[in-house]
Design a protein around this ligand. Sequence first.
Ligand SMILES: [Zn+2]
Length: 334
Amino acid sequence: MIASTIISTIVALGRPNTLTIMSSTSDQNLTCDIILVVGEDQVRISASSPLLCMASKPFSKMLGPNFKEGQPNDGSTGKEIPLPADKPSAIELMCNIIHHRIHETSHTPAAIEIHDLAIVSDKYDCIRATALAARAWIHPNSARDTNELGFFLISASIFALPEAFYKVSMSLVINHQGSYKVLEDVPGFIERLGWETIRKLASLTHPRWQAKNYIFLVQLEEKRNSVRQEINKELVLNLNGVSCSWKCDWSAQQLRRWFEHLQAVDLLPVEGSERLSNVISRAECSAALDSDALSSQCKSARYHRGLDTGSRNHSLTRVMNSSGLCLSDCILIT
Ligand SMILES: [Zn+2]
């Protein structure tokens, strides 16, 4: 009989290029009655048809009595369901989630594995069953590079996870240096977040949208520019804290010292080529100016108010936290 749980060890059958995936442990409460034969290598994954049918309408139809996949075979083993176009590791992950076996997964799935899970979950219409696990895994801090952030964005859009989408796009805006065109190299990125969006927009609005290739990349670039402008504004224009009721020279000197300081740390202005996360951390680390040193000549010295470093840091944090893109605004979900 087929092992009653999902994948943990791989045992070769006699046939070439054919593997059967069986569990090293058994679970009396879960009977796996079918075998999914996945990919070109025909990787065999045992599964429970009632659970697959509950999670997925396509599987429910596939395993129903009117389809050949649903017909009983000769009886000695479970029914074999060929899934030649799918990626075995993605089907394995999907089955582990649907069979409540995710704890048997040996590692937190990498960005591309979560992406592959999104693709098969979308294909087999079981997003609702797998999205919760995906939500726990999609986090910008676990992406090693821009490429993986791209995979996370695609996954967040397929799973319709606005919060994850926002956080990942925020990381792209704050941490990516250079052109966003590198995201074109992420398989499926332009199709899902470029042309797909354009096609939907084109059907709704003016045809000029068709000329706006790679619209999501444009949105990322525009967002990064606007965040940079906000930082410049906070550093250079938002200086209301400096004041003296006696109108002495103290305020002017304070401001001069502040601008000299910005020059010294290369933030006057914030340059377009620099990673914004570096800019923000440098701006937040900017030392508070010594407000007493220049106050000795003024009768109102005790009322002098220097630059409010805490308030500026708070504003910079606000700017950073508002630098993500909204899934619903950016991408039209079908
Ligand atoms: Zn004064």
